[in-house]
Design a binder for this molecule. Structure first.
Ligand SMILES: Cc1ncc(COP(=O)(O)O)c(C=O)c1O
Length: 399
């Protein structure tokens, strides 16, 4: 019977007691998304990218899903907090840290030092650690960040700008420096192919661009498979790697096709933000939504809601704005977009909206909504099963 309810009725019914603005996580969609990531990973463990969730309860639920293993944190302070809370004993911090206070805490807590792996891409990172916490301390686990971009021509760089370590020779040099140096343990490798994992291959309304993206991604995946295998072979001669991490939500199939990779990372696929509608081979369900109340009816086909200007990070463009989701047929206006405290939505459906009615929205990215709301209300079918704090709701902001 529940299934027969239209989506907006179900959500409105479940949250009838709540006053918008508020945000919900739809548990059925979230768990189905989690299961789909595991299916796509075809036996390779999935490390959950915390930046795309930013809510401890949702992270906990993800980690209890068979097929997920370990956290990929975005800050060392965050990793210390989550580890201290007992969430995981396998915590990779995927972005290098310059936080001396957090490094001091890491070495002051031997159990944390044994569980948390920090990211390095150069000897300077090792120097920074030694300058912060000295050399008489517990061993620090490190992971080498390998540049997974595609460089088809000398001046061309397709992918993220992160690590300077690109070739097997670069990687070997850095690995040698790590294993020679007291106080560090080389635990793993990570290479994130953002040009595949984070770039939709079927951008709406741009079939030609889509064809170009798919061509690039095929070439890039083939190049990376060869280079990653070479790098892993070279490093395994120097150290016993515990893991080789790669990929993200958009690249699970190509990343797990490589035998050199032992695990994939993913987070956005749990949430299903609008940027992840633009892939051909998978489609996460929208699991995170926010509701805003109608506060003006300026007339005709327009209603104006309170709040809304939650713009996603990345290159500025219309695809970074939130999208009106329910009732269907509404869009933002070109003149105002998603506003600082008020957002007009236009379309036929606006005629039926009354003051206090909700308009449901989706964010463009997965994790950033948690920086706007203190709580996520967990919707289970047609009721709110629980209300849990986001990182922000716990007073935690990691940048
Ligand atoms: C290092 C790393 N791994 C994996 C991911 C993939 O995360 P998601 O699945 O949320 O897109 C990202 C995203 O930026 C990343 O930076």
């Amino acid at each position: 019977m529940l299934k027969a309810l239209p989506e907006s009725r179900r959500l409105d019914t479940a949250t009838i007691e709540l006053d918008p603005p508020f945000a919900v996580a739809d548990l059925d969609a979230f768990h189905r998304n989690a299961a789909d990531l595991v299916r796509r990973a075809a036996g390779r463990p999935v490390r959950v990218a915390t930046k795309s969730v930013r809510c401890r309860e949702l992270l906990r639920r993800t980690l209890t899903t068979p097929g997920f293993a370990g956290l990929m944190c975005y800050s060392l302070a965050e990793a210390l907090w989550l580890h201290g809370d007992g969430l995981s004993e396998d915590v990779l911090v995927a972005y290098p840290t310059a936080d001396r206070g957090a490094l001091r805490q890491l070495v002051a807590r031997p159990t944390a030092a044994a569980a948390i792996t920090i990211m390095v891409d150069s000897v300077e990172h090792l120097d920074l650690v030694d300058a912060a916490v000295g050399t008489r301390r517990p061993e620090i686990r490190v992971c080498l960040d390998i540049d997974a971009s595609w460089r088809p021509l000398p001046a061309m760089h397709i992918g993220t700008r992160r690590s300077p370590v690109h070739t097997a020779a670069d990687a070997r040099r850095l690995a040698e420096a790590v294993v020679r140096r007291a106080g560090f343990r080389l635990a793993g490798l990570m290479a994130y192919e953002g040009q595949i994992a984070g770039l939709g291959d079927a951008p709406p309304g741009s079939p030609l661009r889509g064809a170009g993206v798919r061509w690039m991604q095929r070439r890039s995946a083939a190049e990376l498979a060869g280079r990653r295998a070479e790098i892993v072979t070279a490093i395994r001669e120097l150290a016993e790697l515990e893991f080789v991490n790669g990929g993200g939500t958009g690249s699970i199939e190509t990343t797990t096709a490589e035998s050199a990779v032992t695990e994939v990372a993913a987070g956005s696929g749990l949430v299903g933000p609008t940027l992840f509608d633009a892939y051909r081979s998978f489609r996460p369900e929208p699991a995170l939504l926010f509701a805003l109340p109608v506060v003006h009816r300026p007339g005709g086909r327009v209603a104006t809601v309170f709040g809304g200007g939650y713009i996603a990070s990345g290159p500025v463009g219309a695809d970074r704005a939130p999208t009106p989701y329910l009732p269907t047929g509404l869009k933002l206006t070109a003149v105002e977009g998603a506003g600082e405290v008020q957002t007009p939505v236009a379309g036929h459906a606006a005629r039926r909206l009354r003051l206090g009615d909700r308009v449901w929205f989706r964010h463009a990215k997965a994790g950033e909504l948690a920086e706007r709301f203190n709580e996520y209300h967990l919707v289970d079918g047609d009721r709110v099963a629980d209300s849990v704090p986001t990182y922000r709701g716990e007073g935690r902001s990691f940048g």
